[in-house]
Design a protein around this ligand. Sequence first.
Ligand SMILES: [Zn+2]
Length: 368
Amino acid sequence: MNKAYYFRIYPNREQEKMLIKTFGCCRFLYNIMLEDKIRAYQETKKMLKNTPAQYKREYPWLKEVDSLALANVQLHLEAAYRNFFRDPKIGFPKFKSKHRSRNSYTTNVVNGNISIGNGRLKLPKLTAIRIKQHREIPAEYKLKSVTVNREPSGKYYVSLLYEYADCENQAESVCQAEAQNILGIDYAMEGMAVLSDGTRCIYPSYYRKMEQKLTREQRKLSKCEKGSRNYQKQRKKVALCHERIRNQRKDFQHKLSRRLAWEYDAVAVEDLNMKAMSRCLNLGKGVMDNGYGQFVNMLSYKLEEQGKKLVKVDRYYPSSKTCSKCGKVKETLSLSERIYKCECGNEMDRDVNAAINLREEGRRILCA
Ligand SMILES: [Zn+2]
């Protein structure tokens, strides 16, 4: 199993220079390798096999940066290019622009070339960079690769990918304990999720304030003349808002999922395909932006780490229409009915009712 850790790093001026140079070299190599591939394809209709080594002769400054980062450029490009061969309708991979593309590169662990500890991260071709490691990484985890990322606001982050042994045997033991301690979670459009214990999980108010700020700043941006200095300044402000929102959301989701993974033996959720859902319901941004999918992913690996289990309930299971007290299934339930009312006298919040149904369906699946 793999797991990624995400930390902020604080490169000094010298280190930042090297990072920017590496981003630039990776972008350059990607573009030139792609250009040659396209030319070869137009002439021969075949995939050109080119490697970074060929280009280092012609452009010796490529040798000054991490060679593993360049090797990853080749892998990424080949993956993108294979997609094109599978389905030419997709078109060639796109060239990377200095302004629009992400500033990032990925490097791999080979013979202890990368290490982390004492608040420092050592990467190839760089002196140890200050890192804010706010979480402990278990000693038995093995570091595989590091992706360095520069946000549009100028902040640097790394994503550290670790490999660890799967604990499947422990997951089975959950059921032997009769899985008494199960939680059901229902997706909620307002806020994020509703728990079977009745809790409505809503993003904290500072998060919602930042969302309002983003809307304001975006409106301002639309009024700026494109390309002007004010426009550039405003664009940076918008990028910073986006980044804060992403970070705040992630932070909230990490804390919530960690707490739930500690408290419960298993968690049941509806197996939603978020992309398909936003498309069908035409809810667009709202569904994607609420970040529920990301939250479920976090919960899944956090449970797994403790040998616990996330149970995915089939999306056709009528969790909303079923009465959680008597089991009767309603034929219709409109989205506007916020309170679930049943002939048996059960009256409760529709999302809580659904979350309880998911919990019980999860229990059934676990112990089947
Ligand atoms: Zn009922």
